[in-house]
Write a protein that binds this ligand. Structure first.
Ligand code: ADP
Length: 266
């Protein structure tokens, strides 16, 4: 009997096996880390607790009992391999992009993996910029409002620049995120702004992922992280933009629990 925990910058993800031995999940915001600790104490009194992520020490202090800690990237990649096996996805080499509070990029090949790099643009950027520009800070509301948004008067597409000409690269690529703002000085809807914020985050992580894949001879990109939870706007942006850039995207089901699953399986 054991439990795997990924205590990240924004969310605490927990993986365990229920009474029927099925893989089950739970999550708590980091602001409620004491509640997460209490939940673990209540449900896993005698169990081994394996923890990964930057808030492992904070959680340990609250749990007041021994825990096993794991390197986050190992746990995440192992969890991803497990989910991909379960979901019968191809085991060809791929680039793994973990869109958490920030974004981390890895190269994964059957038995080995290494970190290629990362960027500070991620789910935290989505939250922060959305709040700064619209005053909305509830995650579900940001996604909901963005759904009605139109990026046309905020972002500049390649086809906007090559007006009436055939552009040398696909016209649907974004030439400049937020680059159309000064040309269209009208009042803007929050929905449009939020759609463009999600566009900026999605296209940035897609672009570096596709470049990482190209440089490492992979054509497939697997996206994970809580930034995709209930956020079909980000998911669609990333999937469509990855295809537009010539790579093959997968947004892994339950991928946000990869770190917790890797910790559980360790
Ligand atoms: P970390 O491991 O750094 O905590 P996650 O993979 O958990 O990262 O992703 C955190 C991101 O997930 C947030 O920045 C936000 O964009 C998104 N998110 C999804 N659900 C929520 C939620 N209920 N509350 C806040 N952010 C959420």
């Amino acid at each position: 009997n054991s439990v795997g925990v990924d205590a990240g910058g924004t969310l605490i993800k927990i993986a365990y096996r229920n009474d029927q031995q099925e893989l089950s999940f739970e999550k708590f915001p980091v602001s409620e880390i004491a509640m997460a600790a209490a939940w673990i104490q209540e449900h896993f009194a005698g169990a081994e607790i394996c923890v990964t992520g930057g808030k492992a020490k904070q959680l340990h202090d609250l749990l007041n009992r021994p825990i096993r800690t794991l390197v986050e990237f190992d746990a995440t990649c192992n969890g991803v391999q497990y989910l991909m096996d379960m979901q019968k996805l191809s085991d060809e080499p791929f680039v793994l992009t973990n869109v958490g509070t920030g974004t981390s990029i890895h190269f994964v090949d059957k038995q080995k993996h290494h970190r290629l790099g990362g960027i500070g643009v991620g789910g935290g950027t989505l939250m922060g910029l959305s709040f700064l520009l619209t005053g909305i800070q509830n995650y579900a509301e940001i996604v909901e409002v963005s759904r009605q948004g139109n990026r046309k008067f905020i972002d500049l597409k390649v086809s906007d620049i090559y007006e009436g000409m055939v552009p040398p690269i696909p016209g649907d690529l974004t030439a400049s995120n937020f680059g159309n703002v000064l040309q269209h000085q009208t009042t803007r809807q929050n929905s449009d702004i939020l759609a463009s914020v999600i566009g900026l985050v999605g296209e940035t992580i897609t672009t570096i992922s596709v470049q990482a894949a190209t440089q490492n001879g992979a054509s497939s990109i697997v996206y994970i992280g809580s930034s995709f939870i209930g956020n079909d706007v980000l998911r669609d942006t990333v999937v469509n933009y990855t295809v537009l850039r010539g790579a093959v995207p997968t947004v892994l089901r339950n991928g946000e629990y990869s770190g917790a699953i890797g910790a559980l399986m360790s």
